[in-house]
Design a protein around this ligand. Structure first.
Ligand code: EPZ
Length: 420
């Protein structure tokens, strides 16, 4: 297993480009199963979750041809309708294959995702909605086995604006008979990007990015040529890194309209943030102030940036209260920050972070994707060396981050095949 070693004390400065969004690319790649025509998806990030998805699509019978960040997929005929536990346990988002398979071939057998380091993450909302659309779903031996004749449009009221459930339903509704209305839909930019991809396949979708999404079903969809939107979470990560190291970083490809909640908090902390055409520049010339954050569905503060913001809080002046409302257990990084000398008290969904002048390097363990990157950020402001173990989590969602950070001036290296 690889590890990452960061020697603290560098200030991040310069230009960096963000890759395509992992969380937008994954559902769009699954949407290619909805048609037998050729789909081209551009700007996909070179990360483990995307590679896993392309492998799954190939296993199901799709022809997959990749050329750098662009991939052409043609699911002319499918020869399987199953996604195994082996696969789903490495990437929960592969559960999203269930709906497209059901809509296309009338059946699917997909492993139920288990819990993960950040919470229980059930899929009840996905399954309940599919049942409302006429699917019969049985949970057998850890698998969701679904069958359907012609799926039909439905009025679905989500109990919570789940990103995955909204995406799942939007895909299925495109091939259902009649209209579907999703109330309390997730409003994340990745939903809007999926809707754009589906629309280019000929789907009729209204309201993506709003709380009510309406989809008019069709008997078939055509191909697409779609460019995935830039990764707002990667962009937010670089902005926070630039601010907490009192640096000056321009993040190219970052869309300020998708990152307002993070930008507002960085400004409140005392960083300067400029919204440029096609880029965002952050700079700070002093130690930042502590700020309170509370994660919420979009457009609220993203849970996927919570760990990075907590890294910033550990070395800010004063106290920050970090409240996590999306996942029940997304504070594993806090305990690792404490090993680096951070002063944090945890109480349920709240972390009270009292900023210290400097962290002190140590060995730490990554527990999930965003926790991993937040530990790298913490390592940048720690004395001596910080060794981050289990970085395979990092590779699921960040494309060559150590190279990008090194280019910005970080003293960082990956050690291949390390123990731990
Ligand atoms: C997506 O996960 C993202 N993943 C996550 O990013 C992100 O943290 C999350 O949305 C929230 O923004 C992808 O897009 C691939 P949810 P998803 O369904 O769709 C509960 C990262 O680091 N819930 O909006 O799984 C659930 O348990 C990852 O890139 C149910 O109770 O998130 C959670 O508490 C991590 N029942 C909350 O809703 C359901 O059926 C939000 O989950 C579905 C969800």
């Amino acid at each position: 297993m690889d590890k990452i070693i960061v020697r603290g004390g560098s200030r991040l400065a310069g230009d960096v480009e963000v890759a395509g969004s992992k969380n937008a690319a994954l559902p769009i790649l699954f949407a290619t199963l909805l048609t037998d025509e050729r789909c081209v998806v551009r700007n996909i990030p070179d990360v483990a979750d995307v590679r896993t998805t392309l492998r799954l699509l190939g296993d199901l019978g799709a022809e997959v041809e990749q050329d750098g960040a662009d991939v052409a997929i043609r699911a002319r005929e499918l020869n399987s309708s199953e996604a195994s536990y082996e696969l789903v346990k490495t990437m929960r988002a592969s559960f999203l294959v269930l709906g497209p398979l059901l809509a296309r071939v009338g059946k699917a057998r997909v492993s139920q995702p288990g819990g993960c380091a950040i919470g229980a993450r059930p899929v009840n909302l996905h399954l309940h909605a599919l049942e409302q659309m006429g699917a019969e779903v049985e949970l057998v031996h850890g698998y969701a086995e679904a069958r359907a004749g012609q799926l039909r449009g439905a009025h679905v009221q989500l109990d919570f604006p789940s990103v995955g459930a909204t995406e799942h339903l939007m895909m299925v509704a495109c091939l259902a008979e009649g209209d579907t209305e999703i109330e309390n839909a997730a409003r994340e930019p990745e939903i809007v990007d999926l809707a754009a991809a589906l629309s280019s396949m000929g789907a009729e979708i209204e309201g993506a990015g709003e709380a009510v999404v309406r989809i008019r079903g069709a008997s078939s969809l055509g191909g697409m040529d779609h460019r995935v939107l830039p990764d707002r979470i990667e962009a937010g990560t670089f902005l926070i890194g630039g601010a907490m190291t009192q640096g000056d970083v321009t993040v190219h490809g970052a869309r300020a309209d998708c990152l307002q909640a993070v930008i507002v908090k960085l400004r409140e902390a005392g960083a300067e943030v400029e919204e440029l055409d096609g880029a965002i520049r952050v700079s700070a010339t002093r130690r930042l102030d502590g700020v309170d954050i509370k994660t919420l569905p979009y457009p609220g503060f993203p849970t996927d940036v919570q760990a990075q913001m907590m890294a910033l809080a550990t070395v800010s002046e004063g106290t920050s209260v970090v409240t996590e409302t999306i996942f029940e257990n997304r504070f594993m990084h806090a305990v690792e920050f404490m090993r680096l000398g951070a002063d944090i008290s945890l109480d349920g969904h709240n972390a009270v972070v009292r900023g210290v002048e400097r962290l002190s390097g140590a060995e730490v363990m990554a527990s999930d994707l965003r926790a991993s990157v937040s530990l790298i950020l913490a390592g940048l402001v720690a004395d001596n060396e910080t060794e981050i173990l289990r970085v395979y989590h990092l590779d699921r969602g960040y494309q060559r981050i150590e190279e990008k950070l090194a280019k910005l001036g970080a003293n960082i290296q990956r050690v291949k095949g390390a123990k731990g």
